[in-house]
Design a protein around this ligand. Structure first.
Ligand SMILES: O=C(CO)[C@H](O)[C@H](O)COP(=O)(O)O
Length: 227
């Protein structure tokens, strides 16, 4: 199984100083930085675009900061090159937002980024089966996309389990309501990339929460008998 990666969601950070927030999370032990891109069409909220990511990238080089860009946008094809130019590391589009996922995967690869595909809570895991082998990461949303601070949906765990069984070496990310109380369920189901906004940014000691999330994933992985 791939290693645990903890990705604090900058959505819960201070948007007036995103460069600083990126550095602070890296200092606190984060592996990736989760960047939530919302366009007001795919979800009823607007966050940031390529100019802001360009500034964040100036603050944090590619060597130290992996930008996991979660594209909650209606036309993901339109934003591939702008996000590659801005310094995105991984471009995670939503299955529900594209008519041709395979062409989009190819487009992202050509632009030089890793590629992920996200599914909303009502979307079954099976939609990914035809092209999942071409992905670097699958994101199973554990809340409805659009806002931080929502409650974790435990009924998404069977999807994570199903995907982990089919794709033992795939990065499988969960996003929404993850924290010390819910990480056990996600880790036991087989998730290895953990997005956490409120629980990390709201903590008195973010390093402690990041460590707990990572330790829980590692412990769950160690308990799985090797085949
Ligand atoms: O994708 C998201 C919202 O669409 C956020 O990344 C997610 O909700 C994380 O925030 P929190 O940990 O506060 O739930």
């Amino acid at each position: 199984m791939p290693e645990a990666k903890i990705a604090p969601s900058l959505l819960a950070g201070d948007f007036s100083q995103l460069g600083h927030e990126c550095k602070r999370m890296i200092e606190n032990g984060s592996d990736w930085l989760h960047v939530d891109i919302m366009d007001g069409h795919f979800v009823p909220n607007i966050t940031i675009g390529p100019p802001v990511v360009t500034c964040m990238r100036k603050a944090v080089s590619k060597e130290i900061g992996f930008f996991d860009c979660h594209m909650m946008v209606a036309n993901p094809e339109q934003w591939v090159q702008p996000f590659a130019d801005a310094g995105g590391s991984l471009y995670c589009f939503h299955y529900e937002a594209t008519k041709d996922p395979e062409a989009l995967i190819e487009q992202v690869r050509k632009a030089g980024m890793k590629v992920g595909c996200a599914i909303k809570p009502k979307t079954p895991a099976s939609v990914l089966f035809p092209f999942a082998e071409k992905l670097d990461m699958i994101l199973v949303m554990t809340v409805e996309p659009g806002a931080g601070g929502q409650s974790f949906m435990p009924d998404m765990m069977p999807k994570v389990k199903e995907l982990r069984e089919r794709y033992p070496d795939m990065d499988i990310e969960v996003d929404g309501g993850l924290g010390p109380k819910t990480i056990g369920q996600a880790a036991d189901a087989g998730a290895n990339v953990i997005v956490a906004g409120t629980s990390v940014f709201g903590a008195t000691d973010p390093a402690e929460v990041i460590k707990l999330l990572r330790d829980t994933v590692n412990k769950a992985q160690a308990a799985v008998p090797s085949k």
